[in-house]
Design a binder for this molecule. Sequence first.
Ligand SMILES: [Fe+2]
Length: 128
Amino acid sequence: MLNVNKYVDINTLDKEAKKDYIDRHSAFIEVEKEVAKGEMLTVTVRVGDEYPHPDDFDHYISYVQLYNGQTLLAQANFEPGAVFGNGGKGNLRVTFNIMANKNLNLTAMAYCTKHGLWESDTVKVVVK
Ligand SMILES: [Fe+2]
């Protein structure tokens, strides 16, 4: 069973290595909080904020998932080195476009091949 890690505000942490470890794995959702019914909703998931994650053959973010509640809406898969080049590093960004027909409770998951599964905070989107 995979252990699921959650974001912790890195400003509350003392150790630089711990801030780096948590920040570079955490998934963040960027989305409008209100949208008209039937509109296409653009949901961007960012992995890491201030600290870049490696993109090496043995250590990379292999997938990003977007959930509405318990329902998997979409998943983007990556090969090692595909985004930043083998040995490169950076903050992965994935954009999903979904039709907004009812209120959403969006959560993103990001999977690191060395450091496991990381869950974002849940973001509510109201559909009017
Ligand atoms: Fe990692």
